[in-house]
Design a protein around this ligand. Structure first.
Ligand code: HEC
Ligand code: HEC
Ligand code: HEC
Ligand code: HEC
Ligand code: HEC
Length: 350
């Protein structure tokens, strides 16, 4: 071990010891928790179900995920370590930008990241000095600001703050960590479903047909409403995209691209931000190749893609741009099929 590194490790060990054994501040000293914060695997023995859910979710993948490894050059870009292998949020401070850690990076955003308190206990919904891991009632864990240190770089948290969800007290965890059995005593699911989950995607938006001026003789308008995302749709990563397509009903013909919902990458200075804002409804007129209103039955599809790159906009299920591998983090090793969120036929019975 290099001397400098040795010193660092020693310093950290001392710092850790201060946490665990509590430097005297004049107050009563709590018993040292019996659970070490050296690895989230230590929690698995007593919290098997939570551990299982977390392991299969995205937070457990923050360090190992193919997309992030590729885009960060296996984390040779050190800026990427901050949120993908962070120090505990309660150590860096709620809503503060998290800081990178040097140990157990492979565990990503883990139990310790979210629950570890600076005094060696864990943040939870009640306080007990006799339970091994020493839970302490910590309301801040349940609030949007807790997620903000990592999830606001694309304004997901800010969008929520400006929404009716925030006004009504519906927090991030109410949608992303639902109660397992509907009661607080059953605990919350830790799988953190987002855009990879069809049920979540379907709950995010509604797609409907209406007619210009509500007259059935007029052309179709496709209406899409953000009914169930607590923020813009699709949210967070700029690489997420949702596309609306239509074609005459009953045909196997080509699809026509109607709209893309997406926030552009920084370098795409000519691409507008077209996310569907929280609570918003937007309408798109369906026009044929000559720009005439389409009045006959149509089929409509809404797709969600983890990566926005298409070769062209006529085939909704098409692959990524092969000629642009430098830009596309998903080119080889991440599933890139589009998810069909909604598919409907309008006017089929008329
Ligand atoms: C030796 C067993 C044991 C270990 C190891 C353990 N815990 Fe616990 N923990 C418990 C028990 C028992 C409870 C109280 C009953 C319950 O809520 O499951 C509890 C409660 C909690 C709570 C509060 C639950 C609530 O409802 O608010 C949290 C949070 C928690 N543990 C997190 C952790 C984390 C994080 C780790 C790993 C660093 C860990 N525990 C390790 C036994 C353990
Ligand atoms: C310490 C940083 C951090 C905190 C705190 C955090 N997250 Fe995350 N979250 C991440 C990272 C990093 C990823 C991406 C993991 C990956 O590489 O796939 C992620 C992924 C997610 C995803 C899945 C996105 C997808 O691709 O499907 C959801 C949903 C999510 N987080 C919700 C939350 C919520 C809700 C909170 C607050 C309770 C929260 N997160 C707290 C860092 C964090
Ligand atoms: C401020 C915190 C933060 C920093 C710094 C950060 N990320 Fe992330 N990253 C996140 C969060 C939160 C998510 C989850 C959002 C989502 O999936 O929509 C995420 C998700 C990702 C994903 C998607 C993972 C997947 O499986 O689809 C990739 C790729 C990624 N980040 C790459 C990077 C790279 C490369 C860097 C460094 C240039 C970086 N991140 C730096 C917070 C951060
Ligand atoms: C992204 C942050 C995050 C991560 C990662 C995380 N938790 Fe939680 N955990 C929470 C939140 C938020 C709650 C809800 C607290 C409340 O309702 O008071 C919670 C609740 C709990 C509870 C209470 C009972 C239950 O089942 O909900 C336990 C126990 C717990 N977590 C343990 C763990 C363990 C063990 C891990 C790692 C395998 C872990 N958590 C990973 C944020 C997280
Ligand atoms: C009313 C329910 C609701 C609330 C509240 C909510 N979300 Fe979401 N969230 C969703 C739905 C539905 C999706 C899937 C559609 C999408 O990607 O926008 C989603 C997707 C996500 C994703 C996944 C992005 C991806 O790449 O897969 C992240 C990250 C996320 N939300 C974070 C948050 C955070 C942080 C908060 C709190 C500030 C929050 N959400 C509040 C419903 C909600």
């Amino acid at each position: 071990m290099k001397p400098i590194l040795g010193l660092l490790v020693l310093a950290l060990a001392l710092w850790g010891a201060t946490f665990l054994f509590g430097e005297s501040d004049g107050g009563p000293t709590l018993p040292a928790p019996a659970v070490s914060h050296s690895s989230s695997h230590n929690c698995a023995e007593c919290h098997a179900q939570v551990f299982e859910e977390w392991s299969s979710g995205p937070h457990a993948d923050s360090w190992t995920g193919a997309a992030v490894r590729k885009l960060s050059g296996d984390f040779s870009n050190q800026d990427c370590i901050d949120c993908h292998a962070p120090q505990p949020v309660f150590v860096t401070g709620i809503a503060e930008r998290v800081l990178p850690r040097i140990e157990r990076r492979v565990e990503g955003v883990d139990c310790i990241t979210c629950h570890a308190l600076p005094d060696g206990g864990v943040a939870g919904s009640f306080t007990s000095e006799t339970v091994a891991c020493r839970p302490e009632a910590t309301v801040a864990l349940t609030r949007a600001d807790f997620c903000a240190g990592c999830h606001d770089q694309h304004q997901t948290v800010q969008q929520w703050r400006d929404s009716r969800w925030a006004a009504e007290g519906i927090d991030c965890i109410d949608c992303h960590m639902p109660l397992r059995d509907g009661t607080p005593s059953g605990g919350r699911r830790h799988g953190m479903h987002g855009g990879t989950d069809l049920v979540m995607l379907q709950s995010a938006v509604e797609v409907r047909g209406s007619r210009v001026d509500d007259d059935p003789a007029n052309g179709w308008l496709i209406e899409i409403e953000n009914v169930g995302a607590g923020h813009s749709f699709p949210t967070d990563e700029r690489s997420r995209a949702a596309d609306l397509f239509w074609r005459p009903a009953g045909s196997e013909g080509a699809w026509t691209h109607l709209h893309r919902f997406r926030s552009p990458y920084r370098y795409e200075t000519d691409v507008p931000d077209t996310l569907l804002p929280v609570h918003a409804t937007e309408r798109y007129a369906v026009l044929d190749a000559d720009d005439a209103p389409v009045t006959g039955p149509i089929e409509v599809v809404l797709l969600y893609k983890r990566s926005p790159h298409y070769r062209d906009m006529t085939d909704p299920m098409q692959d990524l741009w092969p000629e642009d591998p430098g830009v596309d983090p998903y080119a080889t090793d991440v599933p890139r099929d589009a998810i069909v969120v909604h598919r409907l036929v309008l006017g089929g019975d008329q």
